[in-house]
Design a protein around this ligand. Structure first.
Ligand code: G1P
Length: 292
């Protein structure tokens, strides 16, 4: 088994019910944050960490994800003719990334989506990126996890401390500290009630997994919400081998949630060189207006 991570799997077949009606016929992953769809942030993050083989697990109504990462002849022609070369390079840059698409016929859960990627991942360690967890572009979470994997040669989950009342939205770990920000997992539980949660350390949407997860997923039974849960399979994995957590202290946006999505949009717009000035004035005026 190679000890470098080259592949990143993006589960993108979910129904996006938290964003209905916007996601009735369009993928949640294509909702824009300023001028890029959510999934593009994740793909750019993967590529910047040297993960150049991308696997996107898609489903019904998700075809425009494929179009987004593909060449667009007519558009290219128009941009070239009008001399918009920077924009042309910007839209073509991502078309050079090697992306494989796999369809998940039924949305049976995150664990099931990951198991669908098996034919593309084969016998390699790989990353999983949940594109609605957007990591601030200044943070190096995935890069740090990829380096840590070289040392530990074991699965690693990104963790974040969340308020107790929020643990029911996450997979939560029980772990023992073994290094700076590194925990060895003793157990995991998917979306526990606050009083039953083993800690307030939540799994966030970046994982490094080893291919032995696939055999466990193949035998997995539906868990929380009747879905095949990745967290349950990780619970099975840690009975067989050490699994680690890496505590993230940077900025994450839960863009799968309306408020998190808006926060990401505002923060990214405030840092966009073209928009920052006028948008900042607008936000300040709007906030003042609300106070009166
Ligand atoms: C999924 C996982 C959960 C994890 C979360 C991170 O939940 O099942 O364990 O904590 O992603 O965002 P979802 O957000 O798909 O409900």
């Amino acid at each position: 088994m190679p000890d470098i991570i080259r592949k990143a799997v993006f589960p993108a077949a979910g129904l996006g019910t938290r964003f209905l009606p916007a996601t009735k016929a369009s993928p949640k992953e294509m909702l824009p944050i300023v001028d890029k769809p959510m999934i593009q942030y994740g793909v750019e993050e993967a590529v910047s960490c040297g993960l150049r083989e991308i696997v996107i697990v898609t489903g019904k109504h998700k075809r425009n994800i494929e179009d987004h990462f593909d060449y667009a002849f007519e558009l290219e022609h128009k941009l070239r003719k009008s001399g918009k070369h920077t924009l042309l390079e910007e839209i073509n840059r991502l078309c050079r990334v090697n992306i494989a698409y796999i369809r998940q016929g039924y949305a049976l859960g995150l664990g099931h989506a990951i198991s669908c990627a098996r034919p593309c991942v084969n016998n390699e360690p790989f990353a999983v990126i949940l594109s609605d967890d957007i990591i601030d572009t200044d943070d190096t979470l995935l890069k740090d996890m990829v380096s840590l994997y070289k040392k530990l040669k074991a699965p690693i989950l990104a963790l974040e401390r969340v308020p107790r009342q929020a643990v029911h939205r996450y997979g939560v770990i029980d772990g023992t500290p073994v290094g700076k920000g590194v925990y060895r997992l003793n157990g995991v539980v998917e979306k526990p009630a606050p009083e039953r949660a083993p800690s307030n350390m939540a799994i966030i949407g970046r994982y490094i997994l080893t291919p032995d997860i696939f055999d466990i997923l193949a035998k997995a039974k539906p868990g929380k919400g009747g879905e095949i849960q990745l967290t349950d399979a990780i619970g099975g994995l840690l009975k067989k081998r050490p699994v680690y957590g890496y505590l993230f202290k940077g900025k994450r946006y839960d863009a799968g949630d309306k408020l998190g999505y808006l926060k990401a949009t505002v923060d990214f717009a405030l840092r966009n060189p073209e928009l920052a000035g006028p948008f900042r004035s607008f936000v300040l005026d709007a906030a003042r207006g609300l106070k009166h």
